[in-house]
Structure formats: C-alpha cells, structure tokens
Ligand binder design. Structure first.
Ligand code: SAH
Length: 230
C-alpha cells in the first residue's frame, strides 16, 4: 500500500468539498486528510477513493460515500473519552475515522469475509483502539455495553430494541431508518433509563441492515427481534 503526492492532492480536494457541504469540525477534516481512504478499497481504484461516491468492497457491500461518513461522524460528536459501538464494519474506513479522533471503538460485521479482511487491515495499519467483532448487529454488543455512542452504518427498516438500551444515560445513537430505500438519518438520545428523544437529519441511501450473520444455517430458526418506536 502506498500513498502518493497525487493521492494526497485528491484527498485535499475531497476535504475542501466536504467543507463546502458544511462539515466544519477540523478534527473530522483532519481525519479525512490523514487517513488514506484508498487503503480501505481495492488498490486498483485508488483515485476513485477521493470522489464522493460509494464503492464496492467484498461480499457485495460498499464503502459509504465520504460525505455520509463525515456527516454521521459529525452527528456522533466524538470525544476522546468515548466508548463507541459501530454496526457494519465493512471496509473499516468509518471505524478508522472515529478511532483517529481518540475514541475507543467496537465494531460488528455480519459478513465473515469482510470481518476477517478488515480485522487484518486495521491491525496492519496500527489501529489498536479498534476491536472488531463478528456477529449480528441487531443484538448490539452486550458484553461491552453500555456505550457513550452507537453508529449504525447500514440502512434499517426499524430500530432494534437492543441498541438504544445499550446506550449510557445521555448517550446518543445515529441510525439511518425508514421503510423503503430512502433512510432518514436519525439521532436518538437516551434521556433517562426509559426515555428517549429523537431528531431527523435528512435522507441517505445505505446497504441493508440484515438479520443474522452469513455463517448462520439457513435452517436455524431466527430469533424474533424486538423493535422500539421512539
Ligand atoms: N462502515 C462501513 C460501511 C459498510 S456498508 C465502511 O466504512 O466501509 C455496511 C456494512 O454493514 C456492510 O459491510 C454489511 O455487511 C454490514 N451489516 C449489515 N447488516 C449487519 C448486521 N446485522 N450486523 C453487522 N453488520 C451488518
């Protein structure tokens, strides 16, 4: 993997573009400048990494648009002392951005191939504050809960109950949710043990939040997933 002057130039242009679209937190802009996004994609397409486009990664999944990553990170209000859970490790790029802002990150992936490849990549790149987990994000990560923040990077059709209940009181969760292809970016805040507030922040497209892992047997009866309407 190598970085070049040309790729750094393209990265600077991407940062300018994000800024022109209203991303003004310098910690996020620095993360986009410092982290070579092309390391998280096929090396044959390095220059594509700096367009505002989603791009195919393994297992039929995509790395999210740079603007979407920046926007979700902005909503997350990352603090260095945070313990954060990400659902949908994918390429690992979003995880790298959050980790570079100082937080401790747990990230779950349901596709075994992506989990293995991305785990190796993140170790190789030295992200020792990211813990990758293989499993079903609908269950969250009860072993490591509660979290200051939760970020869902796949498109949900409902809010699985396990997730907001793994937040600390005062914690926030960012989840794209909606019935069709258009998902409403939703910020949920845990106000108390039982009360939540929510705010909507615009429409985005995502690959689907799927139930179970790709290692589950077809015959395995699915556990029903509890939903919440907040
Ligand atoms: N954050 C990623 C985005 C990848 S796309 C990145 O920066 O590249 C969303 C990812 O969510 C896909 O890899 C998909 O396999 C994963 N996903 C979908 N449903 C899931 C579930 N139930 N649990 C964990 N991951 C899931």
């Amino acid at each position: 993997m190598k970085d070049t002057h040309k790729l750094r130039g393209l990265r600077q242009r991407l940062v300018n573009y994000l800024q022109s679209r209203g991303i003004d937190d310098s910690r996020i802009l620095d993360a986009f400048m410092d982290i070579p996004r092309h390391y998280f994609m096929s090396q044959d397409f390095a220059e594509w990494a700096y367009r505002n486009e989603a791009f195919p990664i393994a297992a039929g999944q995509t790395i999210s648009h740079p603007y979407t990553v920046a926007f979700q990170t902005d909503l997350l209000q990352v603090k260095p002392s945070d313990k954060i859970l990400e659902i949908g490790t994918g390429s690992g790029y979003q995880a790298a951005v959050i980790s570079s802002m100082g937080a401790k990150l747990y990230t779950i992936e349901r596709q075994a191939e992506l989990y293995h490849n991305t785990n190796k990549l993140l170790i190789k790149l030295g992200y020792d504050r990211i813990r990758t987990l293989f499993g079903d994000g609908y269950q969250g990560a009860p072993r490591f809960a509660p979290f200051d923040k939760i970020i869902v990077t796949c498109g949900a059709s409902f809010i699985p109950k396990a997730l907001p209940y793994q937040l600390k009181i005062g914690g926030r969760m960012i989840i794209p949710v909606g019935e069709g292809d258009d998902k409403m970016m939703t910020v949920i805040i845990r106000e108390s043990e039982t009360e939540f507030s929510s705010e909507k922040k615009g429409i985005f497209k995502f690959v689907p939040f799927l139930e179970g892992t790709n290692a589950d047997q077809q015959s395995m009866s699915k556990r029903p997933i509890k939903r919440v309407s907040l």
